[in-house]
Design a protein around this ligand. Structure first.
Ligand code: ATP
Ligand code: MG
Length: 343
C-alpha cells in the first residue's frame, strides 16, 4: 500500500481513497488504495503534491470536474477511467452490427458495469439514434471545435454526448452527406476513454481508413458474420489486409443468426470455425436468431433489456465476459475479523 504524507506526519486519522470502479482500474498496476492523513485545510500545494505522487496511475486531481470525483474535506481527486473500447463491424450490411452494438451496450449498462456509451460511426446512414427514438443536434461533428483544446468532463458530458433516460449515453452519427474526419474519430475515442468505462462503436467497412483508425484505438474488434460462404471469404480478405496493417491481433468473429442445429447449410459452427481458423480469426460467440427481435425493436425497446433470460441476452453476456473478464472480476473482499483470526 502506498503511503502519501501531505503535511505533518503526526496527523492521526487516515482516510482511504479508492478508484470508484476498482475492477476496471485494477488491471493497471497502480496500487489499489492510497492512505493520506486527514486534513481539513488542504491548500493548492497539497493537491499538486498528491497529483504528482499519483502521476502515472489512472488518478489525477481535476478541480474542474463536476462528476465522477471523490471529494473529501476539500481534497478533490478525479478518477480517469481508461475505458474499454470495442468496435462492432462487419464486411457486409444488414448483418446485425447496430443490433449487437446496442444490445451489448444496453446489457453492460443493465449489469451495472460502468458508464457506457454507444458511438455511431456508421456512414452514411447511422441509425442508432432513430432506433433509440431520440433526436439530437449533437453528433460526431459537434466535437470538431472542441478537439483543439483540453476537454473537461463537464463539457464533454453536457455538450458532446447525449444521456439517455435509462442512464447510458449515445454519440449519434453524422448527417447524411457529412463525413467524420479520420483524425477526429480517433481523437474522440481517446477522449471518451478518459470519462467512460465502456465505449462501443458501431461502424461498417465502407470508410475503411476511418475503420482502421478506430480499430487502432480500440481494445477489441468484433466482426459480425453469418453462415454464408461469401461473408466468410470477405472476412478472410479483410483479415489479410488488417494483418498487413498490424491490427489483426484483436479481431474476433461474432456469429449472428445462429440456429444452433445442423440443417442443410454446409456452413455450420464446425465448418465456420475451421474456415476462420485458417485465416487466423477465432469466434468469440454465437448469437441466436430471435423470432421476436424486430417487433421488440420496432417498439423502441431492446430484447436484452426486455428479456434478460432470453438465449440472445445470455449469449451477449457470454461474449462480454469472455472478451473483458476484468470488467466482470469481483472486487477483492476485505477480510473480516473471523477470517483473519482463522487464517
Ligand atoms: N439475432 C437476430 N435475430 C433476429 N433478428 C436480428 C438479429 N440480429 C439482427 N436482426 C435484425 O436484422 C436486421 C438488420 O440488423 P442491423 O440493422 O442491426 O444490421 P446492420 O449490420 O447494422 O445494418 P447496416 O449495415 O444497415 O447498418 C434488423 O431488422 C434486426 O432487427
Ligand atoms: Mg447498422
Amino acid at each position: 500500500m502506498t503511503q502519501l504524507y501531505l503535511q505533518q506526519e503526526d496527523e492521526q486519522e487516515v482516510i482511504f481513497l479508492r478508484p470508484r470502479d476498482k475492477g476496471i482500474l485494477s488491471t493497471t498496476d497502480e496500487p489499489e488504495e492510497y492512505t493520506v492523513p486527514r486534513n481539513r485545510d488542504l491548500d493548492e500545494k497539497s493537491i499538486v503534491h498528491i497529483e504528482s505522487a499519483l502521476n502515472g496511475s489512472a488518478i489525477r486531481s481535476n478541480v474542474r470536474s463536476a462528476n465522477n470525483f471523490i471529494q473529501m474535506d476539500g481534497l478533490t481527486i478525479n478518477t480517469m477511467r481508461n475505458g474499454r473500447v470495442m468496435v462492432v463491424t462487419s464486411t457486409k450490411g444488414g448483418i446485425g452490427k447496430t443490433t449487437l452494438a446496442m444490445s451489448l451496450a444496453r446489457h453492460l449498462h443493465d449489469l451495472g458495469k460502468g458508464r457506457t456509451i454507444i458511438v455511431d460511426l456508421q456512414h452514411p446512414h447511422g441509425n442508432v439514434a432513430s432506433r433509440l427514438r431520440i433526436k439530437s443536434e449533437v453528433n460526431v461533428m459537434s466535437w470538431l471545435p472542441y478537439l483543439q483544446q483540453e476537454l473537461d468532463e463537464v463539457t464533454l458530458l453536457s455538450k458532446l454526448v447525449v444521456r439517455l433516460e435509462e442512464g447510458y449515453y449515445v454519440l449519434p452519427a453524422v448527417e447524411i452527406g457529412q463525413t467524420c474526419p479520420m483524425e477526429a474519430a480517433a481523437a474522440i475515442i481517446r477522449e471518451l476513454k478518459r470519462y467512460f468505462d465502456l465505449i462501443i462503436v458501431d461502424m461498417g467497412p465502407e470508410q475503411h481508413d476511418l475503420l482502421v483508425s478506430v480499430m487502432k484505438a480500440a481494445d477489441k474488434t468484433f466482426v459480425v458474420i453469418d453462415y454464408d460462404f461469401s461473408t466468410l471469404k470477405d472476412v478472410g480478405n479483410y483479415t489479410a489486409l488488417w494483418k498487413k496493417q498490424g491490427i489483426s491481433d484483436n479481431v474476433f468473429a461474432l456469429v449472428n443468426f445462429d440456429r444452433g442445429r445442423k440443417g442443410r447449410n454446409k456452413i455450420n459452427r464446425e465448418t465456420c470455425e475451421r474456415l476462420l481458423r485458417e485465416v487466423g480469426i477465432s469466434i468469440v460467440g454465437y448469437l441466436p436468431e430471435a423470432d421476436n427481435m424486430r417487433s421488440i425493436h420496432n417498439e423502441g425497446k431492446l430484447l436484452v433489456h426486455e428479456q434478460p433470460k432470453h438465449p440472445f441476452t445470455k449469449a451477449c453476456g457470454g461474449v462480454l465476459k469472455k472478451s473483458f473478464p476484468e470488467i466482470f472480476a469481483k472486487p477483492k473482499q476485505k477480510e473480516g475479523f473471523i477470517k483473519r483470526w482463522l487464517r
